[in-house]
Design a protein around this ligand. Structure first.
Ligand SMILES: *Cc1c(COP(=O)(O)O)cnc(C)c1O
Length: 506
C-alpha cells in the first residue's frame, strides 16, 4: 500500500550496477550497498530494465570524481572537477543517498551541475561565427564565479548593470575596467560616480536626464546611446523600458555636445531570447543611421554594440544575419570596434539541476475508480513535489517565460529507467507553500516514480540561480562544477591557471 511506497524510497537506494564498476570513487566505497538496495530490486538487472540505452557508470566515467588538485587556483571557490556532467549528477545522487543513510539534515537537497566545458564550446562557436565581435558577457544572466573567471580567461569583456556587478567582476582581479561596459541606461548618480572612480568609463544612456547626471558625476565617461529596435520577436522585450527612439537621437547628441560629453557609439538589444534573428538586420541599419547622425552632430563614433538576445538553437543564423548586415552598413570598419552583450547564449545549456521528489500525491491504489485513469481526462493524476521551485531556480518560469521539462534521473534506486515503464500524466510542484509554485503543470512521467527518486532539468543556466530567493526557508541550490573531459578540459584548466597567474592570484 501507499505506506510501503513512501517508506522504502526515503533512502534513494543505489542500483547494484554501480557497485560492479571497479574503480568507483573512495567516498562510495563506504556505502553499504546491501543496506541501501531496494528490496524489490533483484540483485541482477531485471530483463525489462536492460532494454534501456545503457547509461552505466564505468571506471572511465568516474575519472572526474576527484577534485582537480589545483582547485586552489581560486581558493575561495568550491572545488572544480573533471568528468562528464552526467557523472556528477549521478555522483550527487549517490552522495545524497549516503548522507540520507547517515541521517544527515537536508541530505537530499537539490543541486546544479555546471559544465564549464559547455561555456567553452559556446565561446568557440562565437569565435567561429563572429570573429570580429568581442563578447561582453551580460553578468546579470548568471553571475557564477567560475563562469566569470572562465570567460575572463577566454578574453571576454563584461556587461554590468549595477555597482554590485561591477564590484564582483573587478574583485576577481586581472580584469581591466576597460573590459566592462556599464550597460544600464538608467543609473543612480552614486553608481555613475563610483564607476568613474573605478575606471569604468564606457556606459550607456537613452535619455536627457542621464546626460545631466553623467556630466555632473563622471564627465570623462565614454557614452553609448542605446536605441530602440524591434523587440517583438523575443521572449523578454526590453524596449518597453529602455532605448531611445531614433527621432530623439539628434536631440540627445546635441545635448551631449552642449554638456561637453563624449559619445562614442551606439547600442541596442533586440530582446532576450530572440526567436527571429532577422531583426538584427533592421537593428544594424538603425545603428548605421545613428552613426550618421553622430557625424552631423560632430562626433565620430568608434563603437558598435549589438547587444544580446542570442538563442542557442538560432545562433548560427543570427550570426549570419549580423555579419551580412554589418558588412552592408559598415563596410569600412577600420576605426570601429564591434562588441556584443550575450548572456543566455553562453550559460543556458551549461547548468543542469537535479531535484529530489520529496512528496507525492497519487490516487489511492486500491480504489479502482481513480486507478491512474489517464484516459478519463487529460488531467494529471499524480502530483510530485520537488525540493526546488519557482521561488528558487525555477523563477525562470515566472520571470523568463521558460517551460520546464523534467526527466527521470533516478528511479527506484537505479539510473536505468526501463523503456517499458508505463507513464501517466503528472504535475510537478516546488517545495514552498504557495500554489503559484508549480514547476510543470502537465507532463508524462513514469508511473513507478516515488518519493526519493530524482528528476533532472537541463538548460538551467540562464536567469535561474541569479534570481532565486530563499522564500519559505528553502536555500538556493548549490552548484557542483566540472570542466568536462578530454582535451578541452585540459585546455580550459590551463587557461584558468594562466589567467590566475597573470592576475597575480597564484
Ligand atoms: C539582459 C541584457 C543582456 C543579455 O541578454 P541575453 O538575451 O541574455 O543575451 C545584454 N544586454 C543588456 C543591456 C541586457 O539588459
Amino acid at each position: 500500500m501507499s505506506q510501503v511506497q513512501t517508506l522504502h524510497t526515503t533512502l534513494s537506494p543505489i542500483d547494484l550496477d554501480i557497485s560492479r564498476s571497479e574503480n568507483y570513487p573512495s567516498h562510495f566505497q563506504n556505502l553499504d550497498l546491501e543496506n541501501v538496495t531496494h528490496g524489490n530490486t533483484n540483485a541482477g538487472v531485471p530483463d525489462n530494465w536492460s532494454s534501456t540505452p545503457s547509461l552505466r557508470l564505468t571506471a572511465d566515467s568516474f575519472g572526474g570524481s576527484e577534485p582537480i588538485s589545483e582547485a586552489t587556483i581560486f581558493p575561495s571557490l568550491p572545488p572544480l572537477y573533471f568528468g562528464h556532467p552526467e557523472v556528477h549528477l549521478r555522483n550527487g545522487i549517490i552522495n545524497a543517498s549516503r548522507l540520507a543513510n547517515d541521517g544527515e539534515i537536508d541530505a537530499e537537497k537539490a543541486f546544479f551541475v555546471a559544465d564549464l566545458s559547455q561555456v567553452f564550446r559556446q565561446h568557440q562557436r562565437w569565435l567561429a561565427c563572429l570573429p570580429e565581435i568581442t563578447p561582453f558577457y551580460a553578468v546579470k544572466c548568471n553571475p557564477d564565479p567560475y563562469v566569470l573567471r572562465l570567460l575572463a580567461a577566454l578574453g571576454a569583456g563584461f556587461d554590468c548593470a549595477s555597482n554590485g556587478e561591477i564590484s564582483q567582476v573587478l574583485s576577481i582581479g586581472g580584469i581591466d575596467p576597460s573590459r566592462i561596459i556599464f550597460a544600464n541606461p538608467c543609473k543612480a548618480n552614486s553608481f555613475i560616480r563610483n564607476a568613474g572612480r573605478l575606471g569604468v568609463d564606457t556606459m550607456t544612456f537613452d535619455n536627457i536626464d542621464e546626460l545631466y547626471k553623467v556630466a555632473r558625476t563622471h564627465p570623462r565617461a565614454k557614452l553609448v546611446v542605446r536605441i530602440l529596435t524591434d523587440d517583438t520577436k523575443s521572449l523578454c522585450q526590453l524596449g518597453l523600458k529602455y532605448g531611445a527612439p531614433l527621432v530623439t537621437v539628434p536631440g540627445l547628441l546635441a545635448k551631449a555636445k552642449e554638456l561637453q560629453l563624449d559619445v562614442i557609439g551606439v547600442s541596442f538589444h533586440v530582446g532576450s531570447g530572440c526567436y527571429d534573428p532577422t531583426v538584427y538586420s533592421d537593428a544594424i541599419s538603425r545603428a548605421r543611421s545613428v552613426f550618421d547622425m553622430a557625424n552631423d552632430a560632430g562626433f565620430s563614433f568608434t563603437l558598435l554594440d549589438v547587444g544580446g538576445g542570442f538563442e542557442d538553437a538560432l545562433f548560427e543564423q543570427a550570426a549570419a544575419v549580423l555579419t551580412d548586415a554589418i558588412q552592408q552598413h559598415f563596410p569600412d570598419r577600420r576605426n570601429i570596434k564591434v562588441i556584443a552583450e550575450p548572456g543566455r547564449f553562453y550559460v543556458s545549456k551549461a547548468f543542469s539541476l537535479a531535484a529530489n521528489i520529496i512528496a507525492r500525491r497519487a490516487p489511492f491504489p486500491d480504489t479502482s475508480t481513480t486507478e491512474y485513469t489517464t484516459t478519463l481526462s487529460d488531467h494529471p493524476s499524480v502530483m510530485y513535489y520537488i525540493n526546488d521551485g519557482v521561488y528558487g531556480a525555477f523563477n525562470c518560469i515566472l520571470f523568463d517565460h521558460q517551460v520546464a521539462h523534467p526527466y527521470v534521473l533516478s528511479m527506484d534506486g537505479s539510473f536505468h529507467v526501463p523503456s517499458s515503464e508505463p507513464v501517466c500524466l503528472s504535475s510537478v510542484w516546488g517545495p514552498t507553500c504557495d500554489s503559484i509554485d508549480c514547476v510543470c503543470p502537465k507532463t508524462e512521467l513514469p508511473r513507478g516514480l516515488r518519493v526519493g527518486d530524482w528528476l533532472g532539468f537541463d538548460n538551467m543556466g540562464a536567469y535561474t540561480v541569479c534570481a532565486a530567493s530563499q522564500f519559505n526557508g528553502f536555500e538556493v541550490s548549490k552548484v557542483v562544477y566540472t570542466l568536462g573531459g578530454g582535451a578541452s578540459a585540459a585546455e580550459m584548466h590551463n587557461k584558468l591557471i594562466a589567467f590566475a597567474a597573470e592576475a597575480g592570484l597564484l
